[in-house]
Design a binder for this molecule. Structure first.
Ligand code: DGY
Length: 326
């Protein structure tokens, strides 16, 4: 019997409860290969599709041309820089994303990157596992020394929901002083965290830890360049858990190699994945992760379920809770 449910394509496998919810409301096909459907694999699926549950792949004119019946695209991510909002709007395609549910998980990872880079956790973990720890080496051995996180100055670039969760941990947990730079002032953050608003240059000059937490927009693309690293303290750490494109990676590499900054913690790259011989991998003072900011089982389930609810609402003529742009 012909179904009158809207046709949905799911471009990466979702947990069974999310699939069951989607199947209740939609006629679903789900990518059943490894990882996520590639762009070419996705394009081949779109001719009859009304709703798309996805992540990462650019939703642009080329894709929209292949999907004449598309009415809604729901990304399982808070970032929606892969949406061409104008092109979607021109065709009446609704876009949704998954804010709120990942804030604490990403904030935890940012603190982990700060601690890992400053206390050299991966480097010293490898040292122990390689059997290089000699009897007598320890308490007074400068080779093991790191840099304190507590009571230092954190400079947050981007003071949105995730920035707020980072501030909560850094200020109330670690006694850090907070500077922030954002497209608008945040009086409530200034009050709760004694946060001080700074222009970008001043924030870079004064911070011990600079954390990028902005969404990727035309204004934030390559926002941090060579001249910005030159302003940072030689003891400072640069942490990026937003998008790799916010930073000039070649300039970051030079700053790290020359000692003009002390270290970095990176969860994001441009492009992803980085090529296996990326120069960052030769540096001991860089902690690298494969874009896992929101990657815990509980949070990824919440994100997938929220994305599914957004999609079902949009396809059934209701207002989705998390429509973009916000
Ligand atoms: C997000 O949700 O935007 C995370 O960076 C994963 O892409």
């Amino acid at each position: 019997m012909k179904s009158n449910k809207p046709k949905v394509y799911i471009s990466k496998p979702v947990p069974p409860e999310v699939l069951a919810y989607l199947q209740e409301h939609c006629e679903c096909r789900m990518w059943d290969g490894q990882g996520t459907a590639s762009r070419q694999q996705l394009l081949a699926e779109l001719s009859e599709v009304e709703g798309l549950l996805m992540t990462g792949v650019p939703i642009n004119e080329e894709l929209l041309d292949r999907a004449p019946k598309l009415r809604a695209v729901s990304t399982i991510s808070v970032g929606y820089n892969h949406f061409d909002i104008e092109a979607m709007r021109a065709r009446g395609v609704i876009g949704t994303h998954t804010p709120y549910v990942l804030d604490d998980t990403v904030a935890d990872l940012v603190l982990a990157l700060m601690l890992s880079a400053a206390r050299r956790i991966p480097e010293l973990d490898a040292f122990v596992k390689q059997g290089r720890w000699q009897r007598g080496q320890g308490l007074t051995d400068e080779d093991f020394f790191g840099f304190d996180v507590h009571h230092r100055t954190l400079g947050l670039i981007g003071m949105g929901r995730i920035g707020d969760a980072i501030a909560q941990r850094a200020v109330h947990g670690f006694g850090m002083q907070l500077l922030y730079h954002n497209r608008s002032r945040k009086p409530e953050a200034e009050e709760r965290f004694q946060a001080v608003y700074c222009e970008l240059d001043e924030l870079l000059r004064r911070s011990d830890f600079v954390v990028m937490m902005t969404p990727l927009t035309p204004e934030t693309t390559r926002m941090i360049r060579r001249e910005h690293f030159d302003l940072m303290k030689p003891t400072a750490f640069f942490i990026n858990a937003s998008r790799g494109q916010t930073v000039d990676e070649a300039a970051l590499f030079d700053a790290l190699q020359s000692g003009s900054i002390r270290g970095a913690g990176l969860d994001v790259f441009d492009p992803e994945p980085p090529r296996p011989d990326h120069p960052f991998f030769t540096l001991p003072n860089v902690v690298t992760l494969p874009h896992i900011g929101s990657a815990t089982a509980a949070t990824r389930l919440d994100m997938a379920m929220l994305a599914a609810r957004n999609l079902v609402a949009a396809l059934h003529g209701e207002q989705p809770p998390n429509i973009v742009p916000e």
